[in-house]
Write a protein that binds this ligand. Structure first.
Ligand code: DAH
Length: 344
């Protein structure tokens, strides 16, 4: 019996040594120390022993159990430690690896130009006004001194929805809407950025949908020199400190007098080059003194109040500023175009 016990201990210790994972180790535990295991089996045979031998065998059996138990515990601790180390090794993070760059989105070049213009005018005390893109004929034309049948309506081929409703052809209707809201009391000092629509065939310089920024100032004693100073500041900010502007007489039904505004060429400084087509000047916007009819229709006393207005196309400004040769680039979402405007 003694030999049997010693042999079992020997066997168990060998199997423990061989166990390569926790599951195998547990199998060994169950096999040798379990209730149906060989040690229990051996102890059952104790009844056949003499009373002197019994305690000796009992003690030996306990020693064998204890030896196996402690070998199991030792091995278990070792396997657990190994497992932790394996896990740590497989989950190790190499903090010296370079990071993966996150691609940042960017503002569209047109948005950027519009915001730049907005900031400039906000800095001069203007507020931003908006109006609907689906507009009444009244605001788009009539309230701007363009009654039905007026020949100048043909200058802006329109998308009509009904006889009285159309997609606005310019942002000028926001002038009339804003003045109405002021109920005849100045000052009014707004810019209105927004989308406009015209029945044009798309080409390098025309688009059936584009953007405009309208400006309107109405107060007592507003003069043409105020318009000129304002636009001079605008031109310097957008095209450089050395820029000059000039007014050329023009016609718009909603302003009198009306002007077209040129900026001295930022490319050649005014000597003449291909950007300014040899003239030294580049047309950037239309403007004028608000027509008394427009003031009156919107509820302002034209004897007390005067005002100036201007309208520009951010696409044209952006094309000039960045040397873009085709207006359609703005609307095609071609990343090769857009990414050229990414900030560093
Ligand atoms: N609404 C004009 C257009 O789309 C642009 C314009 C010209 C607006 C003169 C103005 C202005 O406010 O005073 O062609």
């Amino acid at each position: 019996m003694k030999e049997r016990l010693q042999q079992l201990q020997q066997e168990a210790l060998e199997k423990i040594a061989q166990a390569s994972d926790l599951k195998a180790l547990n199998d060994v535990r169950v096999a040798y120390l379990g209730k149906k295991g060989p040690i229990t089996e051996v102890l059952r045979g104790m009844g056949a022993l003499s009373p002197e031998e019994r305690p000796i065998m009992g003690a030996l059996a306990n020693e064998v159990r204890a030896a196996i138990q402690s070998a199991l515990e030792e091995k278990q601790a070792k396997l657990e430690q190994e497992e932790i180390e394996k896990k740590l090794a497989s989950e190790a993070i190499d903090v010296t690896l370079p990071g993966r760059p996150v691609r940042l989105g960017n503002h569209h070049p047109l948005t950027r130009v519009i915001e730049e213009i907005e900031d400039l005018f906000i800095g001069m005390g203007y507020t931003i006004a908006e109006g609907p893109e689906v507009e009444k004929d009244y605001y788009n034309f009539e309230a701007l001194n363009l009654p039905k049948g007026h020949p100048a309506r043909d200058m802006q081929d329109s998308f009509y929805i009904t006889e009285e409703i159309l997609l606005r052809t310019h942002t000028s209707p926001v002038q009339a809407r804003t003045m109405e809201k002021h109920q005849g009391r100045g000052p009014v000092k707004i810019i209105c950025p927004g989308k406009v629509y015209r029945r044009d065939n798309d080409d390098a310089t025309h688009s059936h949908q584009f953007t405009q920024i309208e400006g309107l100032v109405v107060d007592e004693n507003i003069r043409m020199s105020d318009l000129k100073g304002t636009l001079q500041a605008f031109a310097k900010k957008m095209f450089g400190e050395d820029r000059e502007i000039r007014f050329r007489p023009s016609f718009f039904p909603f302003t009198e007098p009306s002007v077209e505004v040129d900026v001295s060429c930022f490319n050649c400084g005014g000597h003449g080059c291909n950007v300014c087509k040899g003239t030294g000047w580049i047309e950037i916007l239309g403007a004028g003194m608000v027509h008394p009819n427009v003031l009156e229709m919107a509820g302002f006393d034209s004897k007390k109040y005067t005002g100036f207005a201007f309208g520009m196309g951010p696409e044209r400004i952006a094309m000039l500023k960045y040397g873009i040769d085709d207006i359609r680039h703005f609307y095609q979402n071609d990343l090769r175009f857009l990414q050229q405007f990414n900030r560093a």
